[in-house]
Design a protein around this ligand. Sequence first.
Ligand code: SF4
Length: 266
Amino acid sequence: MASRGCPHGCHYCSVTTFWGKSFRYRPIPEIIEELKTLDRMVFFADDNLYGNKVYAKKLFKEMIPLKKKWSCQGDSLIANDPELLRLAAQSGCQWIFIGIESISEKNLAAMGKSFNKAKDYKVNFRKIQDAGINIFGSFIFGLDGDDATVFKNTVDFAVDARLDAANFYILTPLPGTVLFDEMKTAGRLLHTEWDKYDANHVVFKHPRLSSEEMLDGLIYAYKRFYSIPSISKRMLRPGNRRHLQTFALNFGRMLRAKRFEMICRN
Ligand code: SF4
């Protein structure tokens, strides 16, 4: 970890509630020394590694001579900063896990994440992939603006955008978040069995979708995204420099589909 916290405050997210609003980071020389002791492949566990772009640019510059291959979690805004994107790629960035969450601007605004611009997604993702970085996208189902079309439309988008991998989750009001307080006040929480608050189960009432519809939709999205036609499409993405990793990741998910369904339905 190079930093702790996130400068954003998405309503459903526990990061800012848990770590506090101030985004703070370790001294860069300390991180470089630690990186020297690690294997060539590194995963940064930060919630948003480039939440402070000035800091991230300095860090990435210092990392270039280390010749690491690294992955991280971050927001979609890296696409708007060519220098940051270039330095990330030059320093060895391989994969970024990006919270795309929704393809609806209305949903994004309602969750306090309007810095994600749905209309620019495809162009921005192409910029990131053209820089040589693979994208692991993440989506949430069950936002208040969703209806029964969200599952198919989201997978259509994820396949068309040629995301290299994706996760799908059910919206989960985690205690301490704005979302939890809103749902509790509105009497929308179905129960407080915390082991089911894992983003694979439905724990709240949705205005239009039943719990079964949301669960069926989640499983449909997983199976369709990790189906042979869908995987083949992204395997053939021009410029993908990590065919083996993409293949292993996607086929592993495909083989795990039955287990995923069992976890969700239990
Ligand atoms: S950008 Fe990500 S880590 Fe930051 S508050 Fe939003 S969901 Fe949480």
